[in-house]
Ligand binder design. Structure first.
Ligand SMILES: Cc1cc2nc3c(=O)[nH]c(=O)nc-3n(C[C@H](O)[C@H](O)[C@H](O)COP(=O)(O)OP(=O)(O)OC[C@H]3O[C@@H](n4cnc5c(N)ncnc54)[C@H](O)[C@@H]3O)c2cc1C
Length: 603
């Protein structure tokens, strides 16, 4: 075996976003040694991009809020295929996790009496999102990073993990390379926490950063873990559509929370046209009531722009298909209209939505205090991910834990905005706690040198080929193919085409050629990402084919309705003995009566 530099930790956390940092802090607090690996610089993880806020039933702005309402909102938003236990733990524990963040130094926006301010967001009955303007992720990551660094966590920045190491059934570390120098490294650990984020780069139009290539999903799958709910990919309704160079960049739901309206080219607020039955009682049926809700009137119901993301995205697609879109293929999102209602509206908008103001001013030459924005759906989040035990976050592979966007269960068929940042805190903490416990009970396992050499050999193969494919072109073709065939509106015919094309793209990926050397070579990094992107693309497609109904983020035009049979199951994907991807439907775990009752009371 080549002589690889080796590090040894009790717990290895892969990913330094909100989930990874929170896991690392908790494991370190339990008294074990912790290593933290991330692809980019510390503080640059995707979590830094989060805008709108952290959902937690603190009841600072509306005293009627509590964990039960948050739980019921999350289950309704997820169309009841969520893991009830995760939704329960999340709703109960999120307030403490937010207060703890504040105690560690996070400076939230304030209510007049000095408490953490909370804002409205889609699908949340009451104002629930603790926020810092529209830069909440930055404050969260800064706070966690400072706290983590002071705990003495060893950070390995700009390292990419290529494979998990196993001793028998158990995970005993990871193998990867340093992006700057291209050198391979071994990370031995008694327990590993996956916190690698999402998969958005499998699609052409996405709000996600370049780190979102589904690495954790794919690494866990290869190591024997199951993936759950992979068909549920969230298309956020409001991404920028113009100019093309910024297409897909997110426009926070906070704009609609502050009173922003969606209109078509005829100037009509089309969201009033179709309000789903299960939201009718909670949704305003006139514009005046919607505005009063955004201004904090407790007797008003929320405007239909604040319905769940899956529904708003589909309404936008309907407007586009029926020829009522804006000039650049979106619809209009307007916050400037609030001038009719508020005396200093332009100052208010700049204060509440500073990033949005600058984003549009600098990237599209639009002043959002004066003009409407043009927006359309963008791939944003994956509800599916590593199947974990709801209490401990351990996968079915002993010693392998997962948290944050790469894990799954809490969101069901659709995630409510703000529920990701709280998920990172709640389940990041839990994964760190239980990984530390596992590490205390187990010793370091044996490392299989042969497997490591094989991974290293395969990784450098793209430099050694005589001629071949350009990795960027294979990546682009995959993204276009997924956008066209497994996007917002799906059908069996196109998804079968997608599976064939994934095979072809897999063959092309095996022929990619990289020039130059291993030192900070983005072409090589892209070549290595392809395997993960292909694995998650196949998992999404196979799970979407298996769910023959429309629910939440999955809309099938060949099965346009919800089907009770599928309302009782999750899809599970795993790697079969022969190496091929397998799918099955698994009944939901039975929900205790007291939780059923909460859902009934809140309907
Ligand atoms: C623009 C935008 C705004 C958003 N706003 C909100 C919001 O207001 N509220 C909300 O709740 N949610 C929001 N979300 C969603 C939320 O930000 C993400 O779901 C969340 O930040 C994911 O956090 P994470 O810790 O799971 O992963 P990340 O923060 O993405 O961290 C992943 C980490 O894993 C590392 N990594 C990945 N692969 C590897 C590998 N192979 N080897 C080593 N390291 C690896 C990365 O380098 C990174 O450090 C938003 C998303 C976007 C795109």
């Amino acid at each position: 075996m080549a002589d690889y530099e080796t590090f040894q930790h009790d717990v290895l956390v892969i990913g330094a976003g909100g989930a990874g940092l929170r896991a690392a802090i908790e494991a370190s607090a339990a008294g074990v040694s912790v290593g933290l690996v991330c692809k980019s610089l510390l503080g640059k993880a995707h979590t830094v991009m989060a805008e709108g806020g952290i959902a937690a039933a603190l009841a600072n702005v509306d005293e009627r809020d509590n964990w039960k309402v948050h739980f019921a909102d999350t289950m309704r938003g997820g169309q009841y295929v969520n893991n009830w236990r995760m939704a329960e733990l999340h709703a109960k524990e999120a307030p403490d996790r937010v207060r703890e963040l504040e105690a560690w130094g996070a400076v939230f926006d304030r209510t007049k009496d000095g408490r953490i301010l909370q804002r409205n967001f889609g699908g949340h009955k009451y104002p629930r999102l603790a926020h810092v303007g529209d830069r909440t992720g930055l404050e969260m990551i800064r706070t966690l990073q400072d706290h983590g660094v002071h705990r003495g966590i060893d950070v390995h920045m700009e390292h990419t993990i290529l494979s998990l190491l196993k001793d028998g059934d158990r995970v005993v570390g990871a193998f990867g390379y340093e992006r700057e120098r291209g050198r391979f490294k071994i990370f031995r650990a008694k327990a590993v926490v996956m916190a690698t984020g999402g998969i958005g780069r499998a699609y052409k139009i996405t709000s996600n950063s370049s780190e979102y290539t589904g690495d954790g999903h794919s690494l866990a799958y290869e190591a024997g873990a199951e993936l759950i709910d992979m068909e549920f990919v969230q298309f956020h309704p409001t991404g920028m559509v113009w100019p093309p160079s910024v297409c897909g960049i997110l426009v926070t739901e906070g704009v609609r929370g502050e009173g922003g309206t969606l209109t078509n080219k005829e100037g009509r607020r089309f969201m009033f046209d179709e309000i789903p039955e299960n939201y009718k009682a909670q949704t305003a049926d006139n514009e005046e009531e919607g505005w009063r809700y955004c201004q904090g009137d407790k007797n008003a119901r929320r405007p239909p722009e604040l319905l769940t993301r899956d529904h708003v995205s589909r309404c936008i697609v309907r407007e586009l298909k029926e020829g009522r879109g804006s000039p650049h293929g979106g619809v209009f999102l307007d916050i400037s209209w609030i001038k009719q209602k508020l005396p200093h509206a332009d100052e208010y908008i700049k204060k509440k939505l500073p990033s949005m103001y600058h984003q549009f001013k600098q990237l599209a030459d639009i002043d959002i205090t004066e003009q409407p924005m043009e927006v359309g759906p963008t791939t944003h989040y994956i509800m599916g991910g590593v199947h974990v035990d709801p209490d401990t976050e351990m996968s079915r592979v002993p010693g392998l834990f997962a948290a944050g966007e790469c894990a799954a269960g809490i969101n069901g068929a659709n995630r409510l905005g703000g529920n990701s940042l709280s998920d990172l805190l709640v389940f990041g903490k839990r994964s760190g706690e239980f990984a530390a416990e596992f590490a205390k009970e187990n010793s370091h396992g044996k490392i299989n040198n042969g497997n490591i050499d094989k991974v290293a050999r395969e990784a450098v193969e793209p430099f050694e080929r005589g001629g071949g494919e350009n990795p960027y072109e294979v990546q682009r073709d995959l993204q276009e193919m997924m956008q066209d065939n497994v996007g917002i509106v799906r059908n069996e015919k196109e998804m079968l085409v997608a599976l064939d094309k994934i095979d072809d793209l897999g063959a092309r990926a095996a022929r990619v050629l990289v020039t130059g050397n291993r030192e900070y070579n983005p072409g090589w990094h892209t070549a290595l990402d392809l395997k993960n992107l292909l694995t998650v693309s196949e998992a999404i497609t196979r799970a979407a084919l298996e769910r023959k109904e429309s629910r939440g983020a999955q809309f099938r035009e060949d099965y346009p309705d919800k089907d009770d049979v599928f309302g009782n199951v999750n899809t599970i994907v795993w790697k079969g003995e022969d190496g091929s991807m397998q799918v099955r439907l698994e009944p939901l775990p039975p929900m205790p009566d007291e939780l059923k009752q909460i859902i009934e009371e809140m309907r």
